[in-house]
Design a protein around this ligand. Sequence first.
Ligand code: FCB
Length: 510
Amino acid sequence: MYSATGMLMLLTAALAILAPSALGLDRAEFPPGFLFGAATSAYQIEGAYLEDGKGLNNWDVFTHTRPGDITDGRNGDVTDDHYHRYMEDVEIMRDLGVNSYRFSISWARILPRGHSGGVNSAGIAFYDRLIAALLQKGIEPFVTLHHFDQPQELETQYGSWLGTGIREEFDYYADVCFRAFGDRVKFWTTFNEPNVFAKDSYMLGTYPPNHCSSPFGTCNSGNSYREPYVAAHNIIMSHAAVVDNYKRNYQAKQGGSIGIVIEMKFYESLTNNTEDILAAQRAMSFEIHWFLDPLFFGEYPKEMREMLSSNLPKFSLAEKRLLQNKVDFIGINHYTAIYAKDCMLSPCDLNTYEGNALVLAIGERDGVRIGKPTALDGFYDVPEGMEKIIKYVDKRYENVPIYVTENGYSQHSSNGLEDLVNDVGRVNYMHGYLSSVASAVRRGANVRGYFVWSLMDNFEWAHGFTVRFGLYHVDFNTQVRTQKMSAKWYHDFLMGSRPVDALQTLRADY
Ligand code: FCB
């Protein structure tokens, strides 16, 4: 008979045997100076939503006024309480062995009411402390200016990204950040996944300010065919103005670089039929080229212009001039590959993320899934998709430096603690995806970093706390952080040791 502890050890050992070895995956094959990190964002981890002068942001208001739109009805008021526990979290990163940390700044903590309300010095002080703690441990800060949250005041004043007034607001906010932190922060990104939040906010209505029109959803206001593109236009021009400011006024003296982060699935055509092949291309265009073509070539992609006609704004000459400032790098957030099915010739449900491209994204071909499913619908474990997407970006955008700014695996929170901590599925996923990054590097792609989403379990937007992406498990009642098997695996990989040895020891012990 085994004691409870004995049983747990047995289970751990059994699960460990199933985890892949790191043989064939070696840190040494990545270029020198490669950033290996973990990522988070302000609203998802900080909590302290009303402390030290912070203003309300769009997510504070959305989660409080529309709790029914969040799977578990919860919010980011406290979440990981990182605002108070950042020292412990930096210590965890040191133990993990990462050399960089991707986090975002809460705009409403710096400028509680936007430009007009003035700078909140306590907000500046918080990020000063965080940056100092990171640097002290040899961890490079990799900072996102906007990760889905903005002061609610700007929602009210301009309709946030629908109004051109927000461009100057964002420019001002970025300037405050460059001035305050730019002597120590060498990696900046303007926006995280504008292609996702423009659609979730203004097409599907699942993110604040909950705008959409039929058939995409039922919202009080919105136009799903037009607003995502108006918002995107303002986002692209806000980005361009900030890059221009950084390059003219800060880059030479601060010596940093600036980029943007785009979410990129890899769309495989469902069949070999021409219409599905074209559908996959359209889906890539509506997801990736939408933002990156303007930044690289000064124009929206042809397919979008043809299909959206007057719903797609045009760049004025002055805007095109501003777009001539080039990004220093592209951040790729990649989680999954998915099949693309044409909806032009054979009509399908179009109230989806790919609806405007007349594409349906599906996870199965002839009853066979594209990869192992994860806890989030539509997210599969398809490691070769990583190399494909890197090659795609590398080719289309002129061998631009690339950082994989997010990649990760979700678990259902309802699974028991042992299962959550013995996350063999995540170890498998990371092993596969990191090997795929390594392969892209070997073939000459200019990849310079990789960040796991996420350092720790956190508030997953409309899914609330029902799914977990962390390398560290968080008990949201006690705030205790517990290392998962994947954290141990990542640590061993980063240390250059062979995680397989540790796993075999466990097996031998048993
Ligand atoms: C990305 C977001 C990030 C997190 C992961 C799972 O779309 O950038 O905040 O929610 O997905």
